[in-house]
Design a protein around this ligand. Sequence first.
Ligand SMILES: [Zn+2]
Length: 292
Amino acid sequence: MNILTFDIEEWFAEETLYGDRKEKYSEYDMYLGKILDTLDENNVKGTFFCVGGLVSKYDYVIKRIAERGHEIGCHSNHHIFLNKMSYEEVLEDTKTAIDAIEQLIGMKVLSYRAPAFSVDKSNKWVFEILAQCGIERDASVFPAARDFGGFSNFPSDMPCIINQGGHIIKEFPICMTNVFGKRLAYSGGGYFRLFPLSLILSEMSRANYAMAYFHIGDLIPESNAVMTREEFESYFKVNGSLINRYKRFIKANIGKSGAFGKMVSLINKQSFISIDEADTLIDWGGMKQIEV
Ligand SMILES: [Zn+2]
């Protein structure tokens, strides 16, 4: 089973974080249109995790995706990393986002992904908040170490049931592979851009479960400028030293040229489904229960 997901925040992030470059909005519109057309051509439905902050000014983005029949999930309200917020702040952020999106699309939001996979043992109460807010399916677990976020000791990269103090969530983690003895994610982010398509396709063919995940900004070839210290620290909430900003810049831009075409080829060559469809196909009784 291969699942296809997109995290949708670029319009909101452009306005609040990237410098409000006027020409970028139409570029994001164009790339979203190309993605939706590719999915229609392949008769594929995916899950699009949308930031609630899009609703007030960029509601057309979410509507456009929903009208094509894809699942709309929640990707927080303001794309602030959950491990930088208190319990009360995450509760408020999650509720606000879900309410806004549900009112816009007239449907329940049942799937969630945290910005930058920012859920781990230290803020496992996030699962309680998700259950309280009516979320049934989560895709926030990245079961390996990473720069920001990542749940490195999470014991599974297959769909499983998370039990957090009696709160139950169906989890769809990011899938991993071993390359040179290292556990790496290959189906999204920087390693998707770095690895040859043949390797990604063969990994997916071997696996019983794969989770592809993309941000539109990761697929646009033009390199962004190195962030200023202020921009970096307001976004990542860690020290914005020159070395940290350059490291981030290189990671964020590596392999971007050709990334969009690679994603299209992947969708042409593999079959994909959305998280809500996967939920109906999985025998949950036979899946691991994990207490976090
Ligand atoms: Zn995101």
